[in-house]
Design a protein around this ligand. Sequence first.
Ligand code: MN
Length: 207
Amino acid sequence: MAYELAPLPYDYAALEPFIDAETMKIHHDRHHQAYVNNLNAALANHPELAAKPIDDLVRDLASVPDAIKGPVRNNGGGHSNHSLFWSIMGPVGTAGVGAAPTGDIAAQIEKDFGSFEALQKAFNEAGVKQFGSGWAWLIFVDGKLTVTSTPNQDSPLTAGHYPILGNDVWEHAYYLKYQNLRPKYLENWWNVVNWNEVNKRFATAKG
Ligand code: MN
């Protein structure tokens, strides 16, 4: 069973003006599709691996044969990371999107960072400092929210951490609108975070 790209769960223009429609279309339809296609090609002779849910494949990267581990790490990570990414954003102006965190995650942010602004600062710094391509993440480790980052398409899942929130800082995620201004993209991105979905992920992370 080959992996498949799910449709974007909202219109390409739904994140305007913070993320433009053209970026969303190219990012989802071409970049994410390429990760899926390349992952399927890498697993063509490994149906038992291709049958795993994508997050399990990425979590159990150690079980992937060395000959295909590189492409599976990059493209499996790409498929997992982008599937998360689309889901933790939502249409501007809908309930629970943008503004400030809600629910349990809001309380936990307050507890672990002191304020939402302090989390944003730490998270944006992690994104800015990630040299080249990669991701900024919010994970839950030993009962505490922690900001981290990974290079390329590496997933926190491979290190045993369930990502609650992640932002793509590859240039393809922002270059059409923001060019070299990654800090501005990181700052504006909070306007499209879907806190309902983030709360669901936080509940899963707590177990
Ligand atoms: Mn991307």
